[in-house]
Design a protein around this ligand. Structure first.
Ligand SMILES: C[S@@+](CC[C@H](N)C(=O)[O-])C[C@H]1O[C@@H](n2cnc3c(N)ncnc32)[C@H](O)[C@@H]1O
Length: 346
């Protein structure tokens, strides 16, 4: 079928429509830029308490009118809210509840870390179409690990506890002291929450990025569990342990193409003959019958720039584990997503 030529008017209307969409996309980017500016000029810190537009203007020495407009942007984006005051006082503003939690960051999920991770993803996208762009996995390993790794706390233990409650055999082995092999430990979101939840548990964490290892070791000390853990700065593909671990958690979603098969073979050797391997379907894959949502396509492109396959469904993880020789592969829906548990084939 040959497309009808567009009339000049139709072409103009189409161009105007496309330009409107570019402008619409720009809103998110501009908002991010303003959030960056607010972080570096001390606004976010100041907004942890009620402050006036004049207070905020004073921070960077900008006119009150500019500060008022910026506050309006944050109000309409839901970043700030008007603080309760008296009719006699000037209106005051403070961070909305969720942004206040992100700024305070007791969970380890923090505004600066989230902004760094978004910047790192955008930097990857900018070089996505350049054949010569070098792939350097170490460049943003710490930024990504921090973005994923929550701090061990009652809340994080409750979150991981919801998963372990659905996996009685895995839970029993953790409670019996393991040892647990945690592969792709990052800064220890899963590892430290688990080790602090099970007082008898001993664990070995494996992480290939040096700066990430350093932060994980510091976090283990701060959580007072360093004596029950060994953190190895190593590539999991080169693990040489044999039949040591009755339980293993593999952060599969971060393992590049070409490393997965070798890693799984190493994990089979390291696990006891009836050892259990746990992996997580990170986000449910998009429905294949409808076009993938924009966010999923962008995530897959960023992952590809990092040489990582797009999100693996629990079904494809099941197939991958069976191919590697694991048996009794089960998929368990839990409040924290679908988990795939498999037994070492012996
Ligand atoms: C981002 S963390 C995942 C989250 C982490 N498990 C947590 O709960 O906080 C995944 C880590 O796997 C590491 N990784 C990727 N490939 C690896 C390999 N072959 N050997 C060891 N670590 C690897 C990455 O450097 C990254 O820090």
């Amino acid at each position: 079928m040959v497309d009808e030529p567009q009339s000049e008017l139709e072409a103009l209307q189409a161009a105007l429509g496309a330009r409107a969409r570019i402008r619409q996309w720009a809103e998110g980017a501009e908002l991010l830029d303003l959030l960056h500016a607010a972080a570096s000029e001390g606004w976010l810190e100041a907004l942890t308490r009620p402050v006036t537009v004049e207070d905020l203007a004073g921070l960077g020495g900008i006119p009150a009118e500019r500060a008022r407009r910026a506050v309006e942007v944050f109000l309409s984006a839901g970043v700030v809210r008007e603080a309760a005051g008296t009719p006699e006082t000037l209106p005051a503003f403070t961070l909305a509840e969720d942004f206040a939690a992100l700024q305070a960051g007791p969970s380890g999920i923090r505004t600066d870390i989230a902004l760094d991770a978004v910047d790192a993803a955008r930097a990857r996208i900018r070089t996505a179409l350049t054949a010569s762009a070098p792939y350097d996995w170490q460049e943003d390993a710490l930024v990504v690990a921090r973005d994923w790794g929550m701090l061990p706390s009652d809340a994080s233990r409750a979150l991981f506890g919801m998963a372990y409650a659905e996996l009685p055999e895995y839970h029993a082995r953790l409670a019996a002291g393991g040892p647990l092999l945690d592969v792709g430990s990052g800064v220890g979101g899963a590892l430290l929450s688990t080790v602090t939840a099970y007082p008898a548990l001993r664990a070995v964490g494996v992480e290939r990025a040096g700066d990430v290892v350093e932060e994980l070791r510091n976090r283990a000390k701060a959580a007072a569990v360093a004596s029950r853990m060994e953190v190895r700065h190593a590539d999991a593909q080169h693990l040489t342990d044999e039949a040591v671990y009755p339980v293993c958690y593999w952060a599969q979603a971060f393992f590049p193409h070409g490393t997965r098969e070798v890693t799984l073979a190493a994990l089979r050797r390291a696990l006891t003959p009836d050892g259990l391997l746990l992996v997580q379907e990170l986000t449910p894959p998009p429905d294949a019958s409808s076009p993938a949502p924009l966010g999923a396509t962008l995530d897959a492109l960023v992952a590809d720039c990092r040489d990582i396959p797009p999100v693996a469904s629990a079904e494809s993880l099941t197939a991958e584990l069976r191919t590697a020789g694991f048996t009794d592969v089960t998929v368990t829906p839990t409040p924290v997503g679908r988990l795939v548990l498999a037994r070492n084939g012996g």
